[in-house]
Design a protein around this ligand. Structure first.
Ligand SMILES: [Zn+2]
Ligand SMILES: [Zn+2]
Length: 200
């Protein structure tokens, strides 16, 4: 199971950075989660990372903010066969691909879905901006099994003790308290940006 960060506010050399988030999940099928804020940059990064847009089976949009939906229209020019899952699609956890579940849309004003990916070590949770509150997402994800890791935007999440027992903590994008999380969980913390690869 391989996760590649495709788009983030920060990027490795040779990739474009921009305010937004996108990652690919390679399990039984290849899934793209979110599309960053700019389609040309998204396609550029995908090609640089050798993830051909044409090979993606489904696109999951976490929530309807431009920094997550911005690249979708451009992406669909290269692949209009991919299934697109918007957050309003589900109100409860649903399997969207073998071993990959959506939490269903959570939150009040801003509806957002996160992914729960089965791995050999437990479930990996992938978030867009975590607007519903990371603690709410964690609680929902735990209904699907033990959480091994969390990757993505944590937004203003500050109840850090909720991360106790999670072995891989990889905050990026809009995470406000990244330094505090790193200090509290130095061995579990993983620095990620566009181009980072997580293999489990
Ligand atoms: Zn957002
Ligand atoms: Zn965002």
């Amino acid at each position: 199971m391989k996760i590649t960060i495709v788009y983030d506010n920060e990027a490795n050399a040779g990739l474009k950075s921009g305010w937004g988030f996108s990652c690919s999940i390679e399990a039984k099928e290849k899934i793209l989660f979110d599309t960053g804020d700019n389609g040309e940059n998204l396609i550029y990064n995908l090609r640089q990372l050798n993830i051909q847009p044409e090979s993606v089976a489904a696109v999951v949009i976490s929530h309807n903010h431009w920094d997550h939906t911005g690249g979708l229209r451009e992406f669909l020019k290269f692949n209009n066969n991919a299934k697109v899952f918007h957050p309003k699609s589900f109100s409860k956890p649903t399997e969207i691909s073998p071993g990959i579940h959506s939490t269903g849309a959570l939150g009040g004003l801003i509806k957002e879905q996160s992914l729960v990916v089965n791995t050999e070590k437990g479930n990996l949770v992938i978030t867009g901006c975590a607007h519903p509150g990371l603690e709410t997402i964690i609680e929902k994800a735990r209904q699907l099994g033990v959480i091994f890791g969390i990757v993505g935007g944590f937004h203003g999440f500050s109840k850090l003790e909720e991360l106790d027992g999670i072995e891989l903590i990889a905050p990026c994008h809009c995470t406000q308290y990244k330094q505090e999380i790193k200090q509290k969980y130095p061995t579990q913390f993983r620095e990620i940006k566009a181009g980072s690869v997580i293999k489990i």
